[in-house]
Design a protein around this ligand. Structure first.
Ligand SMILES: NC(=O)c1ccc[n+]([C@@H]2O[C@H](COP(=O)([O-])OP(=O)(O)OC[C@H]3O[C@@H](n4cnc5c(N)ncnc54)[C@H](OP(=O)(O)O)[C@@H]3O)[C@@H](O)[C@H]2O)c1
Length: 265
């Protein structure tokens, strides 16, 4: 007799962009959801996702904090999590020496500290269950020194590397770990990072729905990593054989404040 209990997926950063599209993929594949983000718009996303047929538990919390992550874990209340999509993250454009250090910390604590705290908590349960799928949203930025986005690219270098190591540690445990590495994608990311006056902020970008589908399918296959789109795959391959100094100069052209042609007046 088939159980009609829908598997449970947890998606962080599901209020917009790639995370929202990942949550939609989960619903389309029969998952119920626990979603989290730090702005009230996460409740609107939950409503829309419920409209697509899932039971959605929603939490508005700052996942850069231990309290926020523990609140999300507490919301799981011992339910069996079949898929964890650790996607919440944000950037911060500009010269590092000119940045506010609280904002720098918030990028590190969201993209790294909060993300791995949740991965450790839910990952332990999945290992004990002997099954589970983890998708971590890294970035091709992790392969490139991020001139004028130095801290952000550094956090994604951590996330990309960490995901491969966790995957290897969980080999034969029944738990798979997949790292999704998007390139520039059309989301709120560049506005939030205050990078709309940059060349990359103004360039054509990938569709978050396509990026999410690429990542979700790779998670279902149990792949180790996936770079979304052939252009990004080529860029990542080139980055791995290009001197870092040259990569840093190339990144300056993309991310330097004012490098965009269109004025933001
Ligand atoms: N867009 C790109 O070009 C690109 C490329 C490579 C990788 N990525 C990665 O993709 C992921 C999703 O970003 P996106 O492009 O889809 O941008 P987005 O539309 O701005 O989505 C970011 C999501 O993360 C949430 N979030 C950020 N900081 C949070 C915090 N401290 N606590 C709780 N939620 C938080 C946001 O919630 P609120 O809106 O409520 O703040 C939002 O739901 C990020 O990890 C990003 O680094 C993006």
């Amino acid at each position: 007799m088939t159980s009609n209990i829908r598997p449970l997926a947890v998606v962080t950063g599901a209020s917009s962009g790639i995370g929202y599209e990942l949550a939609r993929q989960c619903v389309a594949h029969g998952y119920d959801l626990v979603i989290a983000a730090d702005e009230p718009s996460v409740h609107d996303a939950a409503e829309t996702l419920r409209g697509e047929g899932a039971t959605v538990d929603v939490l508005q919390a700052d996942l850069s904090t231990v309290a926020g992550v523990d609140q999300l874990y507490g919301r799981l209340a011992g339910r069996r999590v079949e898929a964890l999509l650790a996607n919440a993250g944000h950037g911060l454009g500009g010269a590092f020496l000119d940045q506010d250090f609280d904002e720098v910390r918030h990028v590190i604590d969201t993209n790294i500290t909060g993300t791995i705290r949740l991965l450790q908590k839910v990952g332990r349960d999945m290992r004990a269950n002997g099954s589970g799928r983890i998708l971590i949203t890294g970035s091709i930025a992790g392969y490139i020194p991020g001139t004028f986005q130095a801290v952000y690219n550094g956090t994604k270098a951590f996330v990309d590397s960490f995901s491969f190591a966790l995957r290897a540690e969980l080999k034969d445990s029944g738990v798979t770990v997949t790292c999704l590495m998007p390139g520039a994608t059309e989301t709120n990311f560049f506005a939030r990072a205050d990078m709309l006056d940059t060349a990359v902020g103004q360039a054509d970008k990938d569709d978050p729905a396509d990026v999410a589908k690429t990542g979700f399918d790779a998670m279902l296959r149990g792949d180790g990593d996936i770079v979304s789109g052939w252009k990004n795959t080529l860029q990542t391959a080139l980055a791995s054989v290009t001197p870092s100094g040259l990569l840093a100069e190339q990144h300056r052209k993309m991310a330097e404040p004012g490098s965009g042609s269109k004025s933001q007046g």
